[in-house]
Design a protein around this ligand. Sequence first.
Ligand SMILES: Nc1ncnc2c1ncn2[C@@H]1O[C@H](COP(=O)(O)OP(=O)(O)O)[C@@H](O)[C@H]1O
Ligand SMILES: [Mg+2]
Length: 234
Amino acid sequence: MGLLDVAGLTSGYGGPPVLHDIDLTVGESEWVTLLGANAAGKTTLLKTLIGVLPAASGAVRLNGREIQALPPEERLRLGLAIVPEGRRVFTRMTVQENLQMGAHLFGGGRAEDFDRVYSLFPRMAERRRQKAGTLSGGEQQMLALGRALMSRPRLILLDEPSMGLAPKLVAEVFALLRGILTEGVSILLVEQNAKMALKSSARAYVLRLGRMVLSGSSADLAENPEVRQAYLGG
Ligand SMILES: Nc1ncnc2c1ncn2[C@@H]1O[C@H](COP(=O)(O)OP(=O)(O)O)[C@@H](O)[C@H]1O
Ligand SMILES: [Mg+2]
């Protein structure tokens, strides 16, 4: 049993299903990568996991508990946090207020959690009273990650965090994720930057047209001809 266990999950937007019969596991303190082309259904899967999109069928268990019927707040309370596609920081709020939003279920944030996030991201500490909209793309990505950490998650889902970032910042995001992993937080990373993602993660899955078509150790998948062709430039 993993920390997150997904079995036979089918989901979509009311029309024909987008995701078909998805099985997926993320272990304790494990980093798992999810690869897939545009429109494969990666974001749809993460949205279904956090509960903003209802599943048509299947089971989602977090730490052995069936969470499929629970609303997003309850899943967050149980330790499932997301860094959404496009970061979605609250641009008119300050850095500090954004972090408070990440902890709104816990009274707006515990001092030790602010301390932890600010020590992970010293630049956020310097800019804590600045509006999030004035931050660079990389800083907004760090803020989105910090906001997710404020709820003390057991598992963080990240939807293409390196999108639009310069290579140096991408490396910084990955380094931060490695640090978070060593603190015992599990990671499910959706990423177009397949090379770095496969290097950093233990296992990976490949989603194609709403179906899981490959899974295995990241090292094995990095050698897989299909993966090399589609995600690693041959
Ligand atoms: N809000 C929506 N309503 C209807 N269909 C959607 C919606 N969002 C995404 N889709 C469809 O679901 C499929 C998967 O999209 P998505 O999960 O965003 O893919 P990915 O994140 O892998 O690029 C696509 O065919 C897309 O058009
Ligand atoms: Mg997406």
